[in-house]
Design a protein around this ligand. Structure first.
Ligand SMILES: [Zn+2]
Ligand SMILES: [Zn+2]
Length: 271
């Protein structure tokens, strides 16, 4: 993986990079926060630019806000890969629908992949937040595809393989492995440590791992200590820590392994 790291927010370097032709896979962190707003970070959302295509991995409630901050155009996104059905990972689809219909008048189809039942959970969330919104007559097609455990799913130029993890959310939760153009990006989703992460991250150019707390496990979430113990086994060339609570954010300077990066909203990474 190319080690070039940039930060969004209008630096000269980033302005120059916006019009670059994407030759492989470029990650922009739209949101690296947890469900509680820790550190003032936006909720989980990763933008991935590929040659001739743009996709998202997770779509927290703040996704449209974050994309507009960074000058990313939602209409250029063809596919949204959802890891699990918690609001800080999929609720942004509700605002995505409103933005696409009322603001940009999107016509291009949108594919959304996720756990079994995602279409119904989306419709219920949209109906609760904006009554009638799931039934508006759209100019664009929203196509929902469901994961099957460890079964590669080809969408456009991306192959996504889901690996079930442990994180109760009303439907099976997954780590996702995305492969495109010879590059591999893996993402833990939310989970405590499970062995399926080793398969999901194996040989990846980048493994994005949730890292909710530093040492003491909280709920069905990961600690830095668990990741540190398993870094060699994970076998990813680099690991990016995200979804940190306030304790983990306060201690992030203690993470010194050269393979490990700490996510920031607006950060970009050539994979
Ligand atoms: Zn979460
Ligand atoms: Zn979650």
């Amino acid at each position: 993986m190319n080690a070039a790291i940039g930060r969004g927010g209008g630096s000269t370097e980033d302005q120059g990079r916006k019009d670059e032709i994407v030759t492989q896979m470029k990650l922009t962190i739209v949101g690296s926060g947890d469900a509680f707003g820790s550190g003032g970070r936006l909720q989980t959302c990763f933008h991935v630019a590929l040659p001739g295509d743009e996709v998202l991995v997770d779509c927290g409630a703040t996704a449209i806000i974050g994309m507009q901050r960074l000058g990313l155009d939602p209409d250029r996104v063809s596919t949204i890969f959802i890891s699990h059905l918690h609001g800080d990972h999929f609720a942004g689809l509700v605002w995505w629908l409103l933005h696409a219909h009322y603001v940009t008048q999107r016509s291009a189809p949108l594919t959304i992949t996720g756990p079994a039942g995602i279409a119904a959970r989306f419709a219920a969330a949209a109906e609760a937040l904006f009554p009638g919104s799931p039934k508006i007559e759209r100019r664009f097609e929203m196509r929902f595809l469901e994961y099957a455990e460890r079964t590669p799913l080809r969408v456009g130029g991306v192959t996504v393989t889901p690996y079930e993890v442990r994180h109760p959310s009303g439907a099976p939760p997954y780590a996702l492995r995305l492969e495109s153009g010879g590059k591999t990006l893996s993402f833990s989703g939310d989970t405590e440590w499970v062995e399926s992460l080793v398969a999901a991250a194996d040989g990846a150019d980048l493994f994005i791992s949730e890292c909710f707390s530093f040492e003491e496990q909280v709920g069905y979430h990961m600690t830095w200590r668990k990741i540190e113990q398993n870094l060699d086994r994970l076998g990813a060339r680099r690991v990016l820590l995200t979804h940190m609570n306030s304790e983990m954010l306060a201690k992030r300077a203690h993470v010194t392994d050269p393979r490990v990066l700490i996510a920031e909203d607006g950060m970009t990474l050539d994979i």
